[in-house]
Design a protein around this ligand. Structure first.
Ligand code: PMP
Length: 418
């Protein structure tokens, strides 16, 4: 595979941009650095072309921000483009979209449009702190690069660190203990309602319900960060799937099928209480191009029940791949986990997963750790992926048996970003 143009660009780019990239999950660490392509030229449907002219079946889908397919809502975007991209006054689109979202997502009766996931979660925390008049935030994982949850503490004032606590477990007793320890000062718990890991529907629902009860008992707020999972479970979000309504919610990534857009939503009561207290304001928050893109995405999602299709594809991919893995005794290292709407490769043996990615790339299929199929991935792509895996698995099996995984790699093995 010729990736010489990618490599030339990287030589320059890594010296110009900090980290060489604005988004770690778009940089070389997500795949086999030295073998995998690094720069895209264009994308269409469920494919992208790199700068060297190689075409790939795309399972990254712009870090999950494309849910329908690349270019799927171009007509809606072009239509809006002719009428402006960001306007001087409010747009009627804001009212229309807010009404639509309010119908779809029970926890979003009042909302604020923003541009990125980080902005939305930052706003959610500010609202929770203002409403409860408390400071401490409990979070399960990554919710953006704000002071209260950024993985690297360098550049964050020391005092901020004592105001947020990381607790990534489904053991409700651990949360109960935190409430006991910090009695009366926990503003909120923010969690992703569902991650890409194996857990049953009943177990996750029970946990989310228990969290809600615990927050209620302690006069704290429950926030669901649906930036990554949101529309993959439908326009009502994972909260509608699990039938648990949080106090505050955040949505981003896929909601505008690739345009920068996010929102934070809350109940009528919380919204009314905080709106004269908190200051949250963004130049591009209600930009009409993103509003139009979100309106189009939402309406297609609803009309075509896209989430059902994503789940069908995800389930089939997961079960077929896992079956083949098991037949080859690799089920512990090459396995797909998670609810069918939100699947990922199991994170146990990164070296072997790297070899698998490399061999998929050789066969024109690009995977990232989280697997993002879209409405544009259809039966042909599904079969192609499964058939390719049947071949790729043989290479992985042999390399593992011979203890020569790293020798087979033609670049650096990937490592988790966080
Ligand atoms: N919340 C979650 C759950 C995320 O996965 C991410 C991004 N990966 C964010 C928030 C931050 O979103 P953004 O990168 O758009 O700021």
């Amino acid at each position: 595979m010729n990736t010489s143009k990618s490599e030339q660009l990287w030589k320059k780019g890594q010296k110009l941009e900090i980290n060489g990239t604005s988004l770690f999950s778009r940089g070389p660490r997500i795949s086999v650095d030295g073998f995998a392509p690094k720069y895209c030229d264009r994308a269409d449907g469920c494919y992208f072309w790199d700068v060297d002219g190689n075409k790939f079946l795309d399972y990254g889908m712009a870090v999950g921000s494309i849910i329908l397919g690349h270019g799927f809502i171009n007509d809606a975007i072009k239509n809006q483009l002719s009428k402006g991209t960001n306007l001087t006054l409010l747009s009627p689109l804001e009212v229309e979209l807010a009404e639509e979202i309010r119908k779809n997502i029970p926890s979003c009766q009042r909302l604020k449009f923003l541009s990125s996931g980080t902005e939305a979660t930052e706003a959610a925390i500010r609202i929770a702190r203002a409403y409860t008049e408390r400071d401490i935030v409990i979070h399960d994982h990554y919710h953006g690069w704000s002071d209260w949850c950024v993985p690297s503490k360098s550049g964050v004032p020391k005092d901020c660190s004592s105001l947020s606590i990381k607790e990534d477990t489904e053991d409700i007793e651990r949360y109960r203990a935190l409430f006991d320890m910090h009695s009366g000062n926990i503003a909120c718990i923010i969690v992703e309602p569902v991650k890409s890991e194996d857990v049953t529907y009943a177990k996750r629902k029970k946990f989310l319900r228990e969290l809600k009860e615990l927050c209620e008992d302690n006069h704290s707020l429950l926030i669901f960060d649906e930036v990554a999972c949101g529309y993959r479970f439908g326009v009502g979000g994972a909260q509608s799937f699990f039938k648990v309504t949080p106090d505050i919610s955040t949505f981003g990534k896929a909601i505008a099928n690739g345009l920068p857009f996010s929102f934070v939503g809350c109940s009528e009561e919380i919204g009314n209480e905080v709106e004269d207290k908190v200051f949250i304001s963004s130049t591009f928050g209600g930009n009409v191009l993103s509003l139009a893109a979100c309106r189009a995405t939402t309406s297609i999602m609803k009309a075509s029940k896209v989430e059902k299709y994503l789940a069908y594809y995800g389930e089939k991919l997961k079960s077929e791949i896992n079956k083949i893995s098991e037949e080859n005794f690799l089920q512990n290292s090459l396995q797909i986990v998670g609810f069918p709407q939100r699947i990922a490769w199991k994170q146990t043996n990164w070296d072997l997963v790297s070899l698998m990615f490399q061999e998929f790339i050789r066969n024109d299929i690009f995977f990232a750790w989280e697997i993002k199929n879209s409405y544009s991935h259809v039966e042909g792509e599904l079969n192609q992926t499964i058939e390719t895996f049947s071949e790729v698995v043989k290479i992985c099996k042999k390399a593992k048996e011979e203890n020569k995984i790293l020798e087979h790699l033609e670049g650096k093995p990937m490592r988790p970003i966080l």
